[in-house]
Ligand binder design. Sequence first.
Ligand code: 4NP
Length: 154
Amino acid sequence: MLLFVCLGNICRSPTAEGVMRRLVADAGLDDRIAIDSAGTGGWHVGAPPDERATETARRRGTTLEGAARRVAPEDFEAFDLILAMDRENLDDLRALAPDEEARAKVRLLREYDPASKGAPDLDVPDPYYGGPTGFDVVLDQVEAACRGLLDDVR
Ligand code: 4NP
């Protein structure tokens, strides 16, 4: 069980969820690996993924779906691995985690990108207030990291 987490749950984490669903389905593992996403913030609860994120993903063969929700304490119980998009998400998640075992489930997504090994900055930058190219950067980074994540979990 994998949970992808960003701030709003409308741009980066739904993108990671959609990319990972596609990779897992292509690998024939969709009945073995459950995938969800959530946000540390509550502003967009109930909203569908951002239109710019959805369009960028669609162009690249990935479907985004779902409604934004906020991370809940039960998530630390239900999921095996909680993938944060940036260090702020990581810090917020670690602060929310009820115990040490839960804290150990929280990792930065890009730690799983073999090409990022040793890089000082493993954040997936927040594209919300930037231009359209930010969404392609998110797709590139998320795709590379999710491929590494799939290799790691399989
Ligand atoms: P996300 O992007 O965390 O990738 O979903 C954001 C979406 C909305 C806001 C911030 C980031 N916001 O401040 O409303």
